[in-house]
Ligand binder design. Structure first.
Ligand SMILES: [Zn+2]
Length: 349
């Protein structure tokens, strides 16, 4: 088994905040390379250069981790699009491409497993074996291609998350296990989110936390409770959308035109300044892995990395509105205005 990076995931976490970047599926859908609905990452085989380019953009924006795009690249989802015969080829290619681009900037490579939709809490033994077999085959290939650690994410069930962690442990891989938090208080199998991540930490997860579903405003209060409850490093990868106490998860956002999720979310999008503010607040709270999930894009990641004190390769082209031919000094005022909005939002959170 190879470890692509010269410094391990745990060493980097010990040194300071690790910047993550996800949202590959949503972004590649917007760019015309993945179909909304099934959301299977066919781009890996159909247009690998499109995937390489997005990895590179996240890397330039300051991401410390290239996440192999194996989200939904498991047996059950591939059957939906009639490509289960290419399962191995697709998984291996995704990890290979992540490694190729990570090497351009010394990034870590994460293998990725997620909610499978195969787990049934009413029959956890039989359904759990189906899940375990899918994780074993995905991560077996990932290990052969070379990964530093595993991100097991968007978990809806403690039972399924524990199976993912067990498979990582079998393979001697550090695991970052994060839950989606679609429901207001509990996982689909009835665990309070704080209790859920605590169980994973107690079972040996290297990092625990939350990803997807919630925007900054509704994820931060849960993170605060998690920080107080567990001793291991914690991770936060929110969606860049305006969720609220009334609508804590983006799946339920509605605009006057109707349901916004998953492809009409633009009216709820946060600005880069607001996501930068999230990064600072998460770091202040003691979050060790600060990233972004569905809706994530390079401009957010750069703003977040810069908010954490980084200068990234893409910082060369960070805004300088004072040099705008029309706005000039007014450009500086526009920036100040944006910061004011951000301040208002912070105060309300
Ligand atoms: Zn997501």
């Amino acid at each position: 088994m190879s470890r692509p990076s010269s410094r391990t995931f745990l060493e980097r976490l010990a040194d300071g905040v690790v910047v993550g970047a996800e949202g590959y599926v949503f972004e590649l859908e917007r760019r015309g390379y993945i179909k909304a609905g099934p959301y299977v990452p066919e781009v890996i085989l159909d247009d690998p250069d499109a995937l390489r380019q997005l990895h590179r953009e996240f890397l330039r924006a300051g991401a410390d981790v290239m996440v192999a795009l194996t989200y939904y690249a498991h047996r059950e989802k591939l059957k939906d699009v009639g490509r289960e015969g290419q399962l191995e080829e697709l998984n291996r290619a995704a990890v290979r491409i992540a490694n190729e681009i990570a090497a351009e900037g010394g990034a870590l490579v994460a293998g990725n497993i997620c909610n499978t939709w195969s787990f049934d809490p009413a029959d956890p033994i039989t359904s759990g074996e189906v899940v375990r077999a899918q994780y074993r085959e995905q991560l077996g290939w990932a290990v052969e291609e070379g990964i530093d650690f595993v991100i097991a994410e968007t978990n809806d069930f403690v039972g399924e998350a524990l199976i993912g962690l067990e498979v990582c442990t079998e393979l001697d891989l550090p695991a970052m296990v994060t839950f989606a938090s679609v429901q207001p208080e509990k996982t689909y199998d009835g665990y309070d989110y704080v209790d859920a991540v605590k169980r994973l930490a107690d079972a040996g997860a290297a990092v625990v936390g939350l990803n997807c579903s919630r925007g900054p405003e509704t994820m931060l209060p849960v993170l605060e409770k998690i920080r107080a409850a567990v001793d291991v490093p914690i991770a936060a990868q929110p969606v860049p959308y305006r969720t609220s106490a009334a609508v804590p998860a983006f799946e339920s956002l509605e605009s006057p035109a109707g349901r916004a999720f998953p492809i009409a979310l633009e009216p709820f999008a946060h600005t880069r300044f607001e996501m930068a503010d999230f990064a600072r607040r998460a770091a202040d709270l003691g979050v060790s892995y600060v990233g972004i999930c569905c809706g994530g894009a390079p401009h957010y990641v750069r703003a977040m990395a810069e908010a954490l004190g980084r200068e990234t390769p893409a910082s060369k082209y960070s805004p300088a509105l004072d040099l705008h031919p029309v706005l000039g000094d007014a450009g500086t005022e526009a920036q100040a205005g944006a910061h004011e909005v951000m301040g208002t939002w912070s105060a309300g959170a």
